[in-house]
Design a protein around this ligand. Structure first.
Ligand code: FES
Length: 109
């Protein structure tokens, strides 16, 4: 991935451990989550009825949508009750106290 593909989204100190935050690189709705010191970036809109996932709650690697309790793994984007349904997962990295997202969806293996 080229350096130019990484988009600055926020300072790392503004995303404490175990928290989530919405960011909008190039206008795209992205949810950031920090778990065990690692930052994850995924689609910020619930695929059920479109509720914003930043209104949900994070427990470990699981984000639960505030509207109807659908649960997703923030590492993989998988819907926990039917893993064939996935949120898009984006690249995320921390560098020099700043957080960056790359928008092309990462391939899942
Ligand atoms: S909109 Fe997220 S569970 Fe219904």
């Amino acid at each position: 991935m080229n350096e130019k593909d990484w988009i600055y989204v926020m300072d790392e100190r503004d995303l404490p451990e175990g928290s989530i935050s919405p960011v909008y690189p190039k206008g795209v709705n992205v949810l950031l989550a920090k778990v065990d010191g690692k930052v994850y970036a995924l689609d910020g809109k619930c695929p059920h009825m479109g509720c914003p996932l930043f209104c949900g709650t994070l427990s470990g690697h699981t984000i639960t949508c505030a509207c109807h309790d659908w649960r997703f793994n923030v590492k993989t984007g998988e819907f926990i009750d039917a893993i064939e349904l996935k949120l898009k997962v984006y690249g995320a990295k921390a560098e020099n106290g700043r957080l960056f997202v790359s928008l092309p969806p990462m391939e899942q293996s």
